[in-house]
Design a protein around this ligand. Structure first.
Ligand SMILES: Nc1ncnc2c1ncn2[C@@H]1O[C@H](COP(=O)(O)OP(=O)(O)OP(=O)(O)O)[C@@H](O)[C@H]1O
Ligand SMILES: [Mg+2]
Length: 296
């Protein structure tokens, strides 16, 4: 993956200022996203999370600031022959933004048609079908219209379209909003699995504390028109900013932490049980797991 040569980060935002009709949304905002991480972006409603995402992908013209994506300055046009930078990321917009008059499969084909017009119909359809499956939807979902899907399936359809071009970067704006807790947890697992297997860097805007605890490597907090802090949740909790304390230490934050810790305890118990089973099955089997312990 290309990164900014100076920082080794696929997304670098420096001194970003955005304003609408005299109202400043971002004032000198800085953010660096590391290669291969899932970075959670949080902040109160209206603090400019979606505007930040739109700025990074070039849909929002900032008042000032520098944005580099995959090493490319977003305010400069691309060199002739260079791969279109827009084909190297995938976006799941807040609300899904699927074309309602197209089937799910046809929605996934849209970016393929846009960036690879030379692809034959059959191959394009096959790629779209594969992305639908990759997003955890049944094969027949490709033939359905968005209105025929549940909210959770629509999110997955949006994800399938975001994955259409084998992106290096994945932008997700509130992917679990409106999903029931089981659907949200399943979507989180899918995101994590895709990040690990496809080596994606994920920019994930969310209000969902469970998502932050379960899958995010770091969390960036937007408040006071800036990114006021970036780090692990433990690092953020050590700061005494009122919004951070209220958010992570409020009743919902503590409930999410308890769920997360319970999950870790269960995982530790499972690992201990698996180890005990190996140990109980005799020295020969145990030795397979510990080659260094074996006598020469
Ligand atoms: N195209 C636009 N024209 C005018 N104002 C806008 C535009 N887009 C966003 N804004 C304003 O910018 C501010 C930040 O909006 P944004 O959508 O980024 O918030 P957000 O943090 O994503 O909120 P939420 O959590 O509710 O999605 C809001 O005050 C919003 O009204
Ligand atoms: Mg938003």
């Amino acid at each position: 993956m290309s990164v900014d040569p100076k920082t080794d980060c696929p997304i670098v935002v420096k001194g970003l200022t955005n304003a609408f009709n005299g109202f400043t949304v971002h004032d000198n905002l800085d953010l660096e996203v590391k290669r291969g991480e899932i970075i959670g972006v949080v902040g109160g409603s209206g603090t400019g999370k979606s505007v930040l995402m739109r700025s990074i992908i070039g849909l929002q013209q900032p008042v000032s600031g520098e944005i580099r994506v995959l090493g490319h300055p977003m305010d400069e046009s691309q060199e002739e022959g260079e791969i279109d930078i827009r084909s190297r990321w995938g976006v799941l917009f807040q609300g899904g933004a699927l074309f309602s008059t197209l089937t799910v499969g046809e929605n996934v084909e849209v970016p393929l048609k846009q960036f690879y017009p030379e692809l034959g119909d059959d191959l394009r359809r096959e790629i779209a079908q594969f992305k639908v499956r990759l997003s955890g939807l049944p094969d027949d979902a490709a033939l359905k219209y968005p209105s025929e899907l549940s909210g959770g399936m629509r999110k997955r359809a949006g994800l399938a379209r975001a994955l259409a071009l084998d992106p290096e970067l994945l932008f997700l704006d509130e992917p679990t909003a409106g999903l029931d807790p089981i659907g949200a947890a399943a979507f989180d697992s899918l995101t994590k699995e895709l990040q690990e297997t496809l080596g994606l860097t994920v920019f994930l805007i969310t209000h969902d504390l469970d998502t932050l605890y379960e899958i995010c490597d770091r969390v960036a907090v937007i408040a006071d028109k800036k990114v006021i802090a970036v780090g692990s949740i433990a690092e953020l909790l050590a700061l005494d900013h009122p919004w951070i304390q209220e958010y992570f230490n409020g009743p919902r934050g503590r409930a999410a932490l308890t769920t997360h810790e319970r999950g870790e305890d269960e995982a530790a118990e499972e690992a201990a049980a698996a180890q005990a089973a190996v140990d109980a099955s005799g020295p020969d089997h145990a030795a397979l797991d510990k080659p260094a312990d074996r006598e020469p």
